[in-house]
Design a protein around this ligand. Structure first.
Ligand code: SAM
Length: 253
């Protein structure tokens, strides 16, 4: 395995990342004070850095070995091979290409907020379901959960994850125009611009009242989400922040 080592962090090296991928990098990894770019073979790079040669390893196996269980509110998120003695509600997720192993701040905050706001029997929509983790969490709390995603490749993974957890959540490919409300609660871990764009459509998902949990918002982009949601008569109930990520919860009444 060939690694090109650059001094700095992801933020300062952001400019180079598109170029490194264009040159054939298969992945970037942040280490203390440096970023490693993994290449299948050496290439000429006009960048300040140096090449390292690493012994070939099964990277997927190494990644899986390093993956730790994650606690989020009443839940612990486990990979199928993890053993866990704790009393938390278990969500088992097979780490794959779909986003949502619970390790990202945006997923964790959404899952914790979901647990505070979900009651048995509620109709819950997980918009941008990825691995299905949030829909599965809602189903474990007794909700009738639907996960929807624009990316068709994630749906079989979400279905498989629901099977691991022995819950009845439904999944389908599509987006907001492909579903019919009303829902009692909608959770969406997307990104700020998309939340702002969807603000009016979000309102149409609810009956008389409901709860909207929006995650995936970079703190610096939060104002565009807040003004779009306020313009559509949503009332802010709570705000959480972890690192640079914000999760907003609104009442729709
Ligand atoms: N819900 C999971 C979680 O919280 O970890 C996955 C969130 S991941 C950040 C965002 C997901 O939203 C991706 O799977 C992506 O395919 C999906 N997505 C992006 N735009 C979408 C849209 N317009 N409609 C539906 N899904 C969308």
């Amino acid at each position: 395995m060939h690694v090109f080592r650059l001094r700095g962090d992801f933020q300062t090296l952001d400019l180079y990342s598109a170029f490194l991928f264009e040159q054939g990098a298969r992945g970037l990894e942040e280490k203390p004070g440096e970023v490693w770019a993994y290449f299948p073979e050496r290439v000429e790079l006009p960048l300040p850095g140096e090449w390292l040669e690493l012994p070939d390893t099964d990277w997927l196996e190494a990644y899986k070995r390093d993956l730790k269980p994650v606690r989020a509110g009443p839940f612990v998120v486990l990979a199928p091979w993890h053993e866990w003695e704790g009393q938390e509600k278990r969500i088992v997720i097979e780490p794959g290409m779909a986003f949502g192993t619970g390790h990202h701040e945006t997923t964790r905050m959404a899952l914790e907020t979901l647990a505070q706001r979900t009651e048995p029997g509620m109709r819950v929509l997980d918009l941008g379901t990825g691995s299905g983790i949030l829909a599965i969490g809602a189903a474990l709390l007794g909700a009738e959960a639907l996960g929807i995603d624009i990316d068709p490749t994630v749906i079989p993974q979400a279905v498989e994850n629901a099977r691991y957890n022995q819950v009845e959540a439904s999944f389908k490919q599509g987006s907001l125009d492909d579903i019919e409300g009303p829902f009692d609660l909608v959770v969406a871990n997307l990104f700020a611009e998309l939340h702002a764009y969807f603000a009016q459509k979000y309102r149409e998902l609810f009956g008389v009242c409901g709860t909207l949990i929006l995650s995936g918002i970079l703190a610096e982009r939060e104002p565009i989400v807040r003004s779009a949601l306020e313009a559509n008569r949503f009332e802010l109930l709570s705000r959480r922040q972890e690192g640079e990520w914000v999760c907003l919860t609104y009442a729709a009444c």
